[in-house]
Write a protein that binds this ligand. Structure first.
Ligand code: MTE
Ligand code: MO
Length: 191
Protein backbone atom coordinates (compact mmCIF):
# COMPACT_ATOMS: atom_id res chain seq x y z
CA UNK A 1 0.00 0.00 0.00
CA UNK A 2 2.75 2.42 -0.85
CA UNK A 3 1.60 5.67 -2.36
CA UNK A 4 3.50 8.29 -4.31
CA UNK A 5 3.05 10.82 -1.58
CA UNK A 6 5.74 13.37 -0.87
CA UNK A 7 6.26 14.20 2.77
CA UNK A 8 3.73 16.69 4.04
CA UNK A 9 1.61 16.79 0.89
CA UNK A 10 -2.08 17.08 1.64
CA UNK A 11 -3.70 17.31 -1.78
CA UNK A 12 -3.22 14.47 -4.29
CA UNK A 13 -2.35 15.22 -7.92
CA UNK A 14 -5.18 16.60 -10.04
CA UNK A 15 -7.35 17.50 -7.04
CA UNK A 16 -8.50 20.92 -5.81
CA UNK A 17 -9.66 21.71 -2.30
CA UNK A 18 -13.25 22.71 -1.64
CA UNK A 19 -14.81 24.03 1.56
CA UNK A 20 -18.21 22.76 0.39
CA UNK A 21 -19.42 19.21 0.82
CA UNK A 22 -20.88 18.17 -2.54
CA UNK A 23 -23.50 15.44 -2.59
CA UNK A 24 -22.88 12.76 -5.20
CA UNK A 25 -24.63 9.49 -5.72
CA UNK A 26 -26.51 7.36 -8.16
CA UNK A 27 -30.27 7.07 -7.62
CA UNK A 28 -32.44 8.29 -4.74
CA UNK A 29 -31.66 8.78 -1.06
CA UNK A 30 -33.08 5.68 0.67
CA UNK A 31 -35.47 5.95 3.59
CA UNK A 32 -34.60 4.59 7.03
CA UNK A 33 -36.87 2.38 9.12
CA UNK A 34 -34.98 1.87 12.36
CA UNK A 35 -36.87 -1.28 13.32
CA UNK A 36 -36.42 -2.98 9.94
CA UNK A 37 -32.85 -1.83 9.27
CA UNK A 38 -29.98 -4.26 9.78
CA UNK A 39 -26.31 -4.63 8.98
CA UNK A 40 -24.88 -8.01 8.00
CA UNK A 41 -21.38 -9.46 7.87
CA UNK A 42 -21.56 -12.57 5.72
CA UNK A 43 -19.81 -14.67 3.09
CA UNK A 44 -16.56 -16.32 4.17
CA UNK A 45 -17.20 -16.22 7.91
CA UNK A 46 -17.88 -19.13 10.26
CA UNK A 47 -21.17 -17.62 11.43
CA UNK A 48 -22.75 -14.59 9.75
CA UNK A 49 -23.76 -11.77 12.06
CA UNK A 50 -26.72 -9.36 11.79
CA UNK A 51 -26.73 -6.14 13.80
CA UNK A 52 -29.62 -3.78 14.46
CA UNK A 53 -28.93 -0.05 14.43
CA UNK A 54 -29.09 0.05 18.22
CA UNK A 55 -26.58 -2.81 18.49
CA UNK A 56 -24.24 -1.01 16.14
CA UNK A 57 -24.42 2.20 18.19
CA UNK A 58 -23.44 0.22 21.29
CA UNK A 59 -20.13 -0.88 19.78
CA UNK A 60 -17.06 1.16 20.83
CA UNK A 61 -17.12 4.49 18.99
CA UNK A 62 -14.16 6.18 17.34
CA UNK A 63 -13.64 9.64 15.88
CA UNK A 64 -11.42 10.12 12.86
CA UNK A 65 -10.23 13.23 11.03
CA UNK A 66 -9.66 12.48 7.37
CA UNK A 67 -9.07 14.15 4.02
CA UNK A 68 -11.49 12.92 1.37
CA UNK A 69 -10.83 12.87 -2.35
CA UNK A 70 -13.55 12.52 -4.97
CA UNK A 71 -12.55 11.13 -8.36
CA UNK A 72 -14.33 14.09 -10.02
CA UNK A 73 -11.55 16.31 -8.65
CA UNK A 74 -12.59 17.81 -5.33
CA UNK A 75 -10.87 17.16 -2.04
CA UNK A 76 -12.05 18.20 1.39
CA UNK A 77 -9.54 18.38 4.22
CA UNK A 78 -10.01 17.56 7.89
CA UNK A 79 -13.47 16.03 7.71
CA UNK A 80 -14.59 14.68 11.09
CA UNK A 81 -16.42 11.37 11.37
CA UNK A 82 -17.63 9.24 14.25
CA UNK A 83 -18.71 5.65 14.20
CA UNK A 84 -17.38 2.15 14.61
CA UNK A 85 -14.08 1.06 13.13
CA UNK A 86 -14.40 -1.77 10.62
CA UNK A 87 -11.71 -3.45 12.75
CA UNK A 88 -14.17 -3.42 15.63
CA UNK A 89 -17.15 -4.80 13.69
CA UNK A 90 -15.12 -7.62 12.18
CA UNK A 91 -14.24 -8.86 15.69
CA UNK A 92 -17.83 -10.13 15.87
CA UNK A 93 -17.14 -12.87 13.31
CA UNK A 94 -14.54 -15.54 12.69
CA UNK A 95 -13.16 -14.89 9.23
CA UNK A 96 -12.42 -17.97 7.12
CA UNK A 97 -8.81 -18.15 5.99
CA UNK A 98 -9.69 -17.88 2.27
CA UNK A 99 -11.29 -14.45 2.73
CA UNK A 100 -9.16 -11.76 1.06
CA UNK A 101 -11.66 -9.37 -0.49
CA UNK A 102 -14.87 -7.68 0.54
CA UNK A 103 -17.96 -6.44 -1.26
CA UNK A 104 -19.68 -3.60 0.53
CA UNK A 105 -23.44 -3.71 -0.09
CA UNK A 106 -25.79 -0.74 0.16
CA UNK A 107 -29.46 0.11 -0.14
CA UNK A 108 -30.71 0.40 -3.73
CA UNK A 109 -28.02 -1.96 -5.06
CA UNK A 110 -24.91 0.24 -4.83
CA UNK A 111 -21.78 -1.72 -4.01
CA UNK A 112 -18.04 -1.28 -3.95
CA UNK A 113 -15.24 -3.80 -3.58
CA UNK A 114 -12.31 -3.29 -1.21
CA UNK A 115 -9.52 -5.71 -0.26
CA UNK A 116 -9.97 -6.96 3.29
CA UNK A 117 -6.53 -5.68 4.30
CA UNK A 118 -7.55 -2.14 3.29
CA UNK A 119 -10.72 -2.33 5.37
CA UNK A 120 -8.64 -3.52 8.31
CA UNK A 121 -6.58 -0.32 8.37
CA UNK A 122 -7.00 1.77 11.49
CA UNK A 123 -8.82 4.66 9.81
CA UNK A 124 -11.64 2.74 8.09
CA UNK A 125 -14.88 3.67 9.77
CA UNK A 126 -18.54 2.75 9.61
CA UNK A 127 -19.71 6.27 10.34
CA UNK A 128 -23.01 7.51 11.74
CA UNK A 129 -21.92 11.05 12.64
CA UNK A 130 -20.28 13.79 10.59
CA UNK A 131 -18.97 17.12 11.87
CA UNK A 132 -20.33 16.52 15.39
CA UNK A 133 -23.88 15.89 14.21
CA UNK A 134 -25.78 12.85 12.94
CA UNK A 135 -25.00 12.10 9.31
CA UNK A 136 -27.51 13.75 7.00
CA UNK A 137 -29.54 11.43 4.76
CA UNK A 138 -27.85 12.67 1.57
CA UNK A 139 -24.41 11.98 3.03
CA UNK A 140 -25.30 8.43 4.01
CA UNK A 141 -27.46 8.34 7.15
CA UNK A 142 -27.93 6.00 8.92
CA UNK A 143 -24.53 4.46 8.14
CA UNK A 144 -21.74 4.98 5.65
CA UNK A 145 -18.32 3.55 5.14
CA UNK A 146 -15.35 5.96 5.19
CA UNK A 147 -12.17 4.67 3.52
CA UNK A 148 -9.91 7.74 3.67
CA UNK A 149 -7.01 6.22 1.72
CA UNK A 150 -9.09 5.63 -1.43
CA UNK A 151 -11.14 7.79 -3.79
CA UNK A 152 -14.44 8.62 -2.18
CA UNK A 153 -16.64 6.31 -4.27
CA UNK A 154 -15.28 3.48 -2.08
CA UNK A 155 -16.84 5.30 0.90
CA UNK A 156 -20.24 3.73 0.36
CA UNK A 157 -23.29 5.51 1.73
CA UNK A 158 -26.34 3.70 3.20
CA UNK A 159 -24.29 0.59 3.91
CA UNK A 160 -26.19 -2.55 4.80
CA UNK A 161 -23.58 -5.25 4.79
CA UNK A 162 -20.13 -6.54 4.04
CA UNK A 163 -19.57 -9.80 2.19
CA UNK A 164 -16.20 -11.49 2.58
CA UNK A 165 -14.91 -13.26 -0.53
CA UNK A 166 -11.98 -15.37 -1.70
CA UNK A 167 -11.90 -13.81 -5.18
CA UNK A 168 -12.22 -10.15 -6.03
CA UNK A 169 -15.43 -9.02 -7.72
CA UNK A 170 -16.14 -5.55 -9.11
CA UNK A 171 -18.59 -3.18 -7.46
CA UNK A 172 -20.98 -0.64 -9.00
CA UNK A 173 -18.48 1.92 -10.33
CA UNK A 174 -15.64 -0.56 -10.73
CA UNK A 175 -17.79 -2.47 -13.28
CA UNK A 176 -18.34 0.86 -15.07
CA UNK A 177 -14.66 1.57 -15.57
CA UNK A 178 -13.46 3.10 -12.31
CA UNK A 179 -10.07 1.87 -11.14
CA UNK A 180 -10.15 -1.16 -8.88
CA UNK A 181 -7.51 0.17 -6.45
CA UNK A 182 -8.54 3.85 -6.38
CA UNK A 183 -5.44 5.28 -4.68
CA UNK A 184 -5.67 9.09 -5.10
CA UNK A 185 -1.91 9.52 -4.62
CA UNK A 186 -1.34 7.32 -7.68
CA UNK A 187 -4.26 8.93 -9.55
CA UNK A 188 -5.91 5.57 -10.01
CA UNK A 189 -9.12 7.12 -11.33
CA UNK A 190 -10.20 4.96 -14.23
CA UNK A 191 -9.19 1.48 -15.33
N1 MTE B 1 -24.75 4.00 -1.73
C1 MTE B 1 -23.99 4.83 -2.45
N2 MTE B 1 -22.82 5.26 -1.92
C2 MTE B 1 -22.03 6.10 -2.60
C3 MTE B 1 -22.37 6.52 -3.90
C4 MTE B 1 -23.60 6.05 -4.46
O1 MTE B 1 -23.98 6.35 -5.60
N3 MTE B 1 -24.38 5.21 -3.68
N4 MTE B 1 -21.54 7.38 -4.59
C5 MTE B 1 -20.14 7.40 -4.18
C6 MTE B 1 -19.43 8.51 -4.75
S1 MTE B 1 -19.06 8.39 -6.41
C7 MTE B 1 -18.98 9.56 -4.00
S2 MTE B 1 -17.97 10.77 -4.65
C8 MTE B 1 -19.37 9.69 -2.58
C9 MTE B 1 -19.99 11.05 -2.31
O2 MTE B 1 -20.33 11.18 -0.97
P1 MTE B 1 -21.02 12.50 -0.48
O3 MTE B 1 -22.31 12.65 -1.25
O4 MTE B 1 -21.24 12.35 0.98
O5 MTE B 1 -20.08 13.64 -0.80
O6 MTE B 1 -20.29 8.70 -2.18
C10 MTE B 1 -19.98 7.42 -2.66
N5 MTE B 1 -20.86 6.50 -2.03
MO1 MO C 1 -17.57 10.10 -6.89
Amino acid sequence: MTSDRSAGARVPPGQRVTEKFPVLHYGNVPGFDRQAWDFKVFGLVEEPVTLSYDELLKLPATRIVADIHCVTGWSKLDTVWEGVLFQEVIKLVDIKSQAEFAMVHCDHGYSTNVPLEVLMEDDVLLAYRYDDAPLTPEHGYPLRLVVPQRYFWKSAKWVRGVELMAQDRLGFWEVRGYHNDADPWKEERYA
